[in-house]
Design a protein around this ligand. Structure first.
Ligand SMILES: C[S@@+](CC[C@H](N)C(=O)[O-])C[C@H]1O[C@@H](n2cnc3c(N)ncnc32)[C@H](O)[C@@H]1O
Length: 247
């Protein structure tokens, strides 16, 4: 079943796909500046945490799904030194920025290839990768169960999935402060930094409509992953989920 990623209600997938293409093709050049400023630096800390938790060794062939401008790819490259990373995204403009960073040496010598790909129909044979990473991507996908099944399909048995995504703070006060931030401050920052208020109204809506930690874990298990676990970031504003393909 596909949903409208802004509301969580059942809807044809084209609605969300077209919106995501429009938003990310426009904000691609300003995406990193927005992240750095609007998250008060926590963005980098969460990225380090994700990379640290990812079960990736130096022989690994890694698939970065919804890789955008390459932040996860380059963090994994620098910290884990895997054999190869395939950085994929639905939006060519985001990957263009990633390619430029690669040309500037951000992967620290690790070989990286870039490919436009929809996570819900990955253009790879079964069991090609040792690890899959996805950060802030799955929330934007209208058929998340299908995307997770695709990630499972392309993983080798025993391979790992590491997913960083916005989530639900447990503490009620923290949750309502965060709700205020999403509704009012995120569109404000978006307008100021990226000149694009609407895209950032969507960002807040999609985060509020996204399943909590437990529900995302259940979705991963339903897709066929095992040993699903998560660690909260900053009181649950975000969470890193880890999961494995059964042997
Ligand atoms: C918020 S950005 C995250 C980028 C990057 N992972 C990071 O951490 O900075 C979300 C990315 O998901 C991509 N995306 C959305 N839907 C997708 C899909 N169905 N398949 C692949 N990528 C998708 C968007 O194009 C965008 O680049």
């Amino acid at each position: 079943m596909s949903i409208d990623t802004a509301t969580g209600a059942e809807a044809p997938s084209e609605i969300s796909s077209a919106r995501v293409k429009l938003i990310f093709s426009h904000i691609a050049p300003k995406y990193e500046r927005f992240n750095a400023i609007s998250s008060f630096g926590t963005y980098k800390a969460w990225l380090h945490k994700m990379a640290k938790m990812a079960a990736i060794n130096s022989d690994a062939r890694v698939l970065d799904v919804a890789g955008g401008t390459g932040d996860v790819t380059f963090e994994i490259a620098r910290t884990k030194k895997p054999a190869h990373i395939m950085c994929t995204d639905l939006v060519p403009e985001m990957l263009e920025v990633a390619r430029k960073h690669f040309a500037d040496g951000r992967a620290d010598g690790v070989p990286v290839d870039f490919m436009v790909a929809d996570a819900q129909a990955l253009p790879f044979e079964d069991e090609q990768f040792d690890a899959v990473t996805v950060a802030y991507g799955i929330r934007n996908m209208p058929d998340r169960p299908l995307a997770l099944r695709e990630m499972l399909r392309v993983l080798k048995p025993g391979g790992s999935l590491t997913c960083l995504e916005f989530s639900t703070p447990k503490n009620a006060i923290w949750r309502s402060l965060y709700g205020f931030y999403l509704r009012h401050l995120i569109p404000f920052w978006g307008g100021l930094i990226a000149g694009e208020r609407e895209g950032f109204v969507y960002l807040g809506d999609s985060i509020r409509a996204f399943p909590d930690q437990q529900s995302l874990a259940k979705m991963m298990e339903d897709a066929g992953f095992k040993d699903v676990a998560w660690v909260n970031c900053t009181g649950g504003i975000a969470a890193v989920h880890t999961a494995y393909k059964p042997l």
